[in-house]
Design a protein around this ligand. Sequence first.
Ligand code: TRP
Length: 458
Amino acid sequence: MQNQTSGKSSDQGGSATERFSSSGFILTAIGSAVGLGNMWKFPYITGKYGGAAFFLLFIICLLVVGLPVLLAELAIGRGGRGNASTSFIRLSKSKYWGGFGFLSIFGAFMILSFYSVVAGWTIHYAIISFSNVLFQDADYTHRFTSFAASGMPVLWQVAVMAITGAVVAKGVSGGIEKFNKILIPGMLVLLIVLIVRSVTLPGAMAGVEFFLKPDFSKLTTESVLVALGHAFFSLSLGMGTMLTYGSYVERRQSLGQAAAAVGAGDLLYALIAGLIIFPTSFAFGIEPSQGAGLVFMALPAAFSAMPLGGVFGGLFFILLAIAALTSTVSLLEVPVAYAMDKWRLSRNKAALWTTVLCCIVGVPSALSVGGAFSGFTIAGKSFFDFVDFVASNIILPVGGLIVTIFTGYVWKKAGEEAGLTNGMFKLWMFVIRYIAPVLVILIFLYSSGIISGGEYGK
Ligand code: TRP
């Protein structure tokens, strides 16, 4: 496409004709970035890989590699004005690249299939916390495992997907943007209530210190790679999400500023999540390094011991559910945009079919954490872990690599689309060409288990 930066002509040429409003776009992109990654994964990997020193590493990775790749994804989307596959084809005029793009669409769908399961857990936990059922038996590990072993997670996953599908069906500005415009500020209110509660608990300061006072001796090479991988996951990179959102952005929007705002928003929510979870854990003697169960198995003990704990616990899990839903919406939009273009489906039909398909693919994940499918393993992993592994540790870094190589070496007009000043452009190209691909390959080698350490975040 020759006219990609000349305003109208490319707007008409592309298939993505819907548009975000300017403020709506930034909030919506923050909604995609802020999710279970910030509220569930970030605290436990920070606990495990070095506390404050890890947090600092994460910030560096976010700024140095995350933001340039985010800008590249947004630019490809807006330049190509298509879905995560056709945008590549339009900008390179080569079908090849469409195949690479398709890989990320498949990845987004896979992430959604298990991410919606965890989102379902959060809704269940919000309800049982408000009703105090959560606190009837102090064995929270048993409560979680028996819930996971029942059929209930399937129902909650379907509920999450139904909400997600309904929002996406309503369109870009009338559905996705509106949903985020209400929920993202709503989340901030919940966060403030919870932060005030957590830092005023007796003994909370030890948690604040753990989270904010770095001890560099705790860092390992592994920490660096985990921080990098998480910066990608947290900014929703490598899976066509930001690319698809980029295709709905107005020409006059500065993509550099948008990327900076999304990075800042993502960081802010990670900071706040840490300030809720670490002080609460330390105040009640809970080890923050205990892994994925931190939020569902350890924190309930803390809520049970504080006055009005059911309410605070309920609000906390609602916060998680909201964060998750604004991300599931962004993940579903990726295959929906593709299906609308590819098979000329209406938005309603595309949303319906992808939602149904995702529910079906999600069933084994929902039942594999102790449930009926737990005996079924692929390559030694439960179905849930296998899908997570392939999507987050293989497809995501490969998708990130495709974006950097495409922007750095294939798409000649990337600079015009990104609209940076000369100095910033040079810096951006330097990172995109030489730094980001090397680091992404390292994350890939590490997280796929090819170099020691194995998968991150588990
Ligand atoms: N970034 C979201 C989170 O932190 C999850 C997410 C949404 C995502 N879209 C993505 C992760 C695309 C990887 C790729 O929870």
